[in-house]
Design a protein around this ligand. Structure first.
Ligand code: CA2
Length: 148
């Protein structure tokens, strides 16, 4: 088991706009609220957390690659790239770290194009439809796996 003490939290396209529109689907929570919750949850386990968000696929891939050097797990909500990006799934697979996938909404109750996730095949666990709390669940899962 790695002795690294940092998780990477990745949020993808448009998630920087959380709290400003579509509260019926995504709630009123902001990205800053989510990052604060994830950071506090990681701290309960003595872990640091690096939070990144980008609207650009390549920038997300660069951050995932960087995690190879100093992180022990990745929590990711890739936004709409979840349903399209083989490249992000490949990056997660390449860094060989435990991955927890999060979606604020229950993607399986929404349009059919949201039902498939390329990330799920490389994730240890997936949380959907739990809102912001899903990020805390994902952080806890990775932190507890690190201890065992
Ligand atoms: O439910 C999730 O967390 C999603 O990953 C959110 C993505 C969506 O494309 C996925 O299918 C499910 C979209 C994030 C868009 O965020 C917005 C924030 C504020 C206003 C509009 C969109």
């Amino acid at each position: 088991m790695t002795d690294r003490r940092r998780l990477l939290l990745v949020n993808g396209p448009n998630l920087n706009l959380l709290g400003t529109r579509e509260p019926d689907i995504y709630g009123t929570v902001t990205l800053a609220d989510i990052e604060k919750l994830a950071t506090a949850t990681a701290a309960e386990f003595g872990l640091d957390l690096r939070a990144v968000q980008s609207n650009h696929e390549g920038a997300l891939i660069d951050e995932i690659h960087r995690a190879r050097l100093d992180c022990c797990g990745v929590v990711i909500n890739a936004g709409a790239l979840t349903h399209t990006s083989v490249a992000i799934a490949d990056a997660l697979s390449a860094v060989d770290l435990p991955v927890a996938e999060v979606h604020l909404s229950n993607i399986h109750r929404r349009e059919s194009f949201r039902h498939h996730s390329y990330i799920s095949a490389v994730a240890e666990m997936v949380v959907v439809g739990a809102g912001a709390e899903g990020y805390a669940v994902a952080v806890r899962h990775l932190a507890q796996g690190r201890q065992s």
